[in-house]
Design a protein around this ligand. Structure first.
Ligand SMILES: [Zn+2]
Length: 441
């Protein structure tokens, strides 16, 4: 009897421990700070600190640090005093504002709102103004195929590290693509969009879903969309980092990387936007498995980036335009990321960005900045679009940072999904019209 009681108590304790370990990570009273760095010395201090920040559960939402660009960083309650002390300990102290007083409260409020109006996929309905789980998004792909059978089909890029399907949606009409003089082109070109390469950037899958649905539902109704759907095939992967994205729904809303094991126990995943085999890990990326910009043990160490690269290689004769959707900062960027120096084709690429940003801004007045990654925000080697441009020769390769500019950052409220979709669609349609004139000349 005694043994039985002991066993039961041990079992209950184990269960309690397991529950605790597997609970959704709380961000109660975590604050988002905006640091104002004014000198190179201050930048160096922050850079040095960031290397061990994960030990204090301090998480940099900004990826790179430079003078006069605000640095967003989340700080847990237990580190608030010590981090404040650190920032003000230099003769040249670093000023900061508290941009969000309680990240956990924002997450909880959004989760509550989400539950009050449940998201659901049924035969003919999908809530385009809600964030969705991976299962719901994959069911949505099936719904699109069923609803628009002459235009939509599904494809798979392969299985993720945790064996989830990397499922995509292809949009393709039976019409021939035409040159501007009305004669048919020999080969229809293709476009690739992906969202959710960084798990916590929920607005990116939501925006990709919105614009994909806009193409399907407006085909044969809207002249511009009908034309652009006839001119290109579209390969759309709404969630690139399927394991990380699932993890943000079940364990940690602010997870960024993949979920592969590393050589360091308790440090998981690589940054899938630093893992590509083009100038891999030469700058703006880390060899530390605990870092949020860990480049992986080698280029394409992550099965997700490897498989997308293989898919793109297989289709590189047709794909002329690639978009890697991220958030946040409102930027429309082209290569290179590994250097501040723009490529020879920069003008060709950036002229497209300028058109996109103009059209996007004309919808709600949302301001985007455009330029090459290295000069516009930061050096990021081994990033996706450096490879799609540098290796796969997809000239019109872009990395887009969607809404906002830091008011909510990664926890953008659901009421911004549709506006983000509408303005991004306008920007992308303008860019497609520009690309069409370049590739079918
Ligand atoms: Zn990102």
């Amino acid at each position: 009897m005694r043994l039985l009681v002991t066993s039961i108590v041990a079992f209950i304790l184990l269960e309690a421990f397991a529950l605790n370990v597997h609970a959704y990570k709380s961000y109660a009273n975590h604050q988002l700070w905006r640091l104002h760095v004014k000198t190179n010395e201050q930048v160096a201090k922050i850079l040095e600190f960031s290397r061990t920040a994960h030990r204090h559960d301090i998480n940099f939402w900004s990826e790179e640090f430079r003078i006069n660009v605000p640095i967003d960083v989340s700080v847990p309650p237990e580190a608030i005093d010590s981090f404040a002390e650190y920032l003000t300990s230099f003769t040249d102290k670093i000023n900061y504002d508290v941009a969000m007083k309680d990240i956990g409260a924002v997450i909880d409020r959004q989760a509550l709102l989400h539950k009050l109006v449940p998201s659901k996929v049924n035969d003919d309905d999908f809530a385009y103004d809600k964030y969705h789980t991976l299962a719901d998004i994959q069911a949505w792909i099936d719904l699109m195929v069923k609803t628009y059978p002459t235009l939509a089909s599904s494809f798979s890029v392969g299985q993720s590290y945790e064996k989830r399907d990397m499922k995509g949606l292809k949009i393709s009409s039976s019409k021939q693509a035409l040159k501007s003089d009305g004669t048919p082109v020999n080969q229809k070109k293709a476009v690739w969009w992906d969202g959710g390469i960084h798990a916590r950037e929920w607005i990116s899958p939501a925006t990709v879903i919105y614009i994909a649905h806009a193409l399907l539902s407006n085909y044969s109704k809207d002249a511009t969309i009908t034309h652009l759907v006839d001119q290109f095939d579209y390969y759309i992967l709404p969630v690139f980092n399927v394991d990380g994205y699932s993890y943000t729904w079940t364990k940690d809303r602010l997870w960024r990387k993949t979920r592969s094991k590393t050589i360091i126990p308790l440090c998981y995943g690589a940054d899938p936007n630093r893992n590509w085999d083009y100038k891999w890990c030469e700058g703006g990326a880390s060899h530390d498995p605990c870092s949020d910009t860990y480049c992986g043990s080698k280029a394409f160490s992550e099965v997700e980036t490897l498989q997308v690269s293989q898919f793109l290689n297989t289709h590189k004769d047709t794909i002329v335009h690639y978009i890697n959707f991220h958030s946040y900062s409102q930027l429309w960027m082209s290569p290179w990321g590994y250097t501040t120096k723009p490529p020879d084709q920069f003008k060709l690429q950036d002229d497209g960005s300028a058109q996109a940003v103009d059209a996007l801004g004309s919808v709600f007045g949302t301001q985007y900045t455009h330029g090459n990654i290295g000069a516009t925000i930061y050096i990021a080697s081994g990033n996706t679009v450096d490879w799609t441009f540098g290796t796969a020769n997809i000239i019109y390769s872009y990395a887009i940072e969607l809404r906002d500019t830091g008011e909510f950052g990664f926890v953008l409220p659901e009421d911004q999904i549709v506006p983000s979709g509408q303005e991004t669609l306008a920007g992308e349609l303008a860019l497609l019209k520009y690309i069409e004139t370049q590739v079918y000349a």
